[in-house]
Design a protein around this ligand. Structure first.
Ligand code: SAM
Length: 254
């Protein structure tokens, strides 16, 4: 439950080195001196262009990422962008962490054998256990994110449970704060009622405007989220429908 979750008091306090070890050095606590781990010292950050440490920030978030299918497909699509999955279930989080670690190891060994590998070597994806409905502004600064994904969120069918839905007016204001102007919220669900609910709340919110369907359909991320999340695959197997709605975070009104 939430009291067991750890989260930073503010984004500047967040130590990202456990999640993206090729991009961040370990944060020093007080006077503590921290040595860079031996195994990372000579490791290229990505693709051999050694990106200096501590210069990047997470820009894409997959909220309620489940088993990590979207993260893994987005990784080579945006090899220079840090992508974070947030998931509340402990075991699911651990499973995704193991998947990422295995992909990174595989990728490093391919590289040492001088074989072709996916761009970014999966160093640009990470998974964190967290409750996205509570602590997002502790992790991300104002305007830090360019994309947020809400793929097949839990529908919470009953009316008295609607307050548990991950899209709500209050939460949308929080999402608008951490998204940069021009940033995009992607939603997909197989529950038509939830689709209407999410689209309505986003439509009604002053900081978001709907992306027209033709533009939406040209977005590679939409293609990926339709086919590559585990829940999306399940829906496809059961021949269910998938409803997509994408919204742009508008410029700050003057
Ligand atoms: N997005 C994934 C996909 O498309 O395969 C998973 C979809 S699954 C139906 C919803 C996921 O959201 C579950 O893994 C659940 O544990 C997670 N979740 C629910 N509430 C959450 C919250 N407040 N913060 C983070 N994750 C949450």
């Amino acid at each position: 439950s939430d009291h067991r979750l750890s989260y930073p008091t503010c984004p500047a306090d967040m130590d990202w080195s456990d999640y993206f070890p090729a991009y961040f050095s370990k944060k020093r606590k007080h006077d503590e001196m921290v040595e860079e781990p031996e195994d990372l010292k000579d490791q290229p950050a990505n693709d051999g262009n050694s990106t200096p440490l501590d210069t990047k920030k997470v820009e894409i978030a997959d909220i309620g990422c489940g088993f990590g299918g979207l993260l893994i497909s987005l990784a080579p699509t945006f090899p220079d962008t840090l992508i974070l999955g947030m998931e509340i279930r402990t075991q699911v989080t651990a499973y995704v962490q193991d998947r990422i670690t295995a992909l990174r190891t595989q990728s490093l060994s391919k590289k040492s054998e001088e074989k072709e590998d996916v761009p970014g070597g999966y160093q640009n994806i990470g998974i964190i256990r967290g409750n996205a409905m509570k602590f997002l502004p502790n992790f991300f600064e104002k305007h830090q994110l360019s994309k947020m994904f809400f793929c097949f969120p839990d529908p919470h069918f009953k009316a008295r449970k609607h307050k548990a839905r991950i899209i709500s007016p209050t939460l949308l204001s929080e999402y608008a704060y951490i998204l940069r102007p021009g940033g995009i919220i992607y939603t997909i669900t197989d529950v038509e009622d939830l689709h209407k609910w999410m689209a309505k709340h986003l439509d009604d919110h002053p900081m978001f405007e709907r992306i027209p369907e033709d533009e939406q359909e040209e977005d590679v991320c939409v293609k990926i989220m339709r086919t590559d999340t585990e829940e999306g695959k399940k829906v496809a197997r059961n021949k269910g429908s998938k409803w997509v709605a994408c919204f742009r975070r508008i410029e700050e009104p003057i």
